[in-house]
Design a protein around this ligand. Structure first.
Ligand code: NAD
Ligand code: TYD
Length: 360
């Protein structure tokens, strides 16, 4: 994250929700390590299957006065109110969500509760802070815009057209945030970003799932014909974009964030196979591309996402730094080097540890 003099934050007690997840933990690490923010970070996380405190164990140990963890469900309004007053919260960066499309098809109710009701609870707490409150940043997705054909890009004024319970719940939360800005004057910004990748991503999402399956010689499931397109954003570029928006963005505005890296799923899976074959050849010596298996398509599978981030670039000077080729290699290497982290996820040891620390 670049240290920019203009990035002086007007807030001191930043509540980050979902900070034990993939993007939230990268955000907290970037913020604390790069000295962009000298105040306190209060991380509120329910620790669902996707929340792993190990993602920030180094930060918790090194910065005990600047990083505080609270196991709280954002659907628990009273629990949230307590955190807001106890820590004198004057800014929010809201990541907490049920985030996986496939799960939203199986258990949509969790998505409605956390993504919509949880966001509403946070907005109410922020509103109750009155003039003390400086900024509510809501992290959302490009999936709210629906699916593109072969051409075109999502812009901030593209009409919402969500197709999955996940994207519909995120769309609802975006509307709530905007409504609190308009109706109550709550200072708020929204970012809608493309698919993130990088360290600490839970291995249910395409890239880490393929890396870990390939290492174990398991099938590599590709939905449909594999030609669905996503735009890929390296997580640290995303974190930098969020901080830029929080500190320099205009209240009431939405900013699209993209990685300038449109890619068909099948190409990504092949690239991962080739990187692994080069760094750590399979024991049987066979190329891992042989593990690729086309499987039944996801219902309602959006064909293509692509982002126009001109507004963020022109108005706030942000653009992604990482190329997909180098970012993907760095990511694959990270998973290869994090044997204990991977093992704890695979065996469920991280969840046993959470139960031991916090109860069930
Ligand atoms: P993630 O699933 O890795 O992490 C979500 C975190 O939220 C976990 O730590 C989980 O324990 C926590 N959480 C879930 N329900 C909660 C609740 N009720 N109360 C408190 N904490 C709760 O998600 P991620 O990939 O890091 O995504 C973060 C945000 O970014 C989400 O809002 C998601 O919609 C958005 N987003 C993600 C991507 C992506 O590619 N990962 C792309 C666009 C937008
Ligand atoms: P995913 O990582 O689940 O993110 P999202 O659905 O939010 O875009 O999926 C990325 C793409 O990869 C999407 O087009 C679905 C596809 N996919 C597969 O082909 N196989 C898989 O096992 C998974 C998890 C995803």
């Amino acid at each position: 994250m670049k240290t920019n003099k203009e990035h002086k934050s007007p807030f001191r007690n930043l509540l980050v929700t979902g900070g034990c997840g993939f993007i939230g933990s990268n955000f907290i690490r970037c913020l604390i390590k790069n000295n962009d923010f000298s105040g306190r970070i209060i991380n509120v996380d329910k620790l669902t299957y996707a929340g792993n405190p190990e993602n920030l164990s180094d930060i918790a140990a090194a910065f005990p006065s600047r990083y505080i963890f609270q196991k709280v469900d954002i659907c628990d309004a009273a629990g949230l109110e307590d955190v807001f007053s106890r820590y004198d919260i004057d800014a929010v960066c809201h990541f907490a969500a049920e985030s996986h499309v496939d799960r939203s098809i199986k258990t949509p109710g969790d998505f409605i509760q956390t993504n919509i009701v949880g966001t509403f609870n946070l907005l109410e707490c922020a509103k109750a802070r009155g003039d003390k409150f400086k900024i509510f940043h809501h992290v959302s997705t490009d999936e709210v815009y629906g699916s593109l054909g072969a051409d075109g890009l999502f812009r901030e004024d593209t009409p919402y057209h969500p197709n999955s319970p996940y994207s519909a719940s995120k769309a609802a939360s975006d509307h709530l945030v905007r409504a609190y800005y308009k109706t109550f004057g709550l200072p708020a910004t929204i970012s809608n970003c493309s698919n993130n990748y990088g360290p600490y991503q839970f291995p249910e999402k395409l890239i880490p799932l393929i890396v870990l399956n390939a290492l174990e010689g398991k099938q590599l499931p590709v939905y449909g014909d594999g030609k669905n397109v996503r735009d890929w954003l390296y997580v640290e570029d995303h974190c930098e974009a969020i901080w830029t928006i929080m500190t320099s963005g205009k209240s009431g505005e939405t900013y699209n964030v993209g990685g300038k890296a449109e890619m068909e799923n099948i190409i990504i899976v092949q690239m991962i196979c080739d990187i692994l074959d080069e760094i750590q050849p399979a024991k049987d010596g066979k190329p891992r591309r042989g593990l690729i298996t086309f499987v039944k398509d996801r219902p309602g599978h959006d064909r293509r996402y692509a982002i126009d981030f001109t507004k963020l670039n022109k108005e706030l000077g942000w653009s992604p730094r990482e190329s997909f080729k180098s970012g993907l290699r760095k990511t694959v290497e990270w998973y290869l080097n994090q044997k204990k982290w991977v093992e704890n996820i695979k065996t469920g040891a991280y969840q046993a540890w959470i139960t031991e620390q916090y109860g069930s």
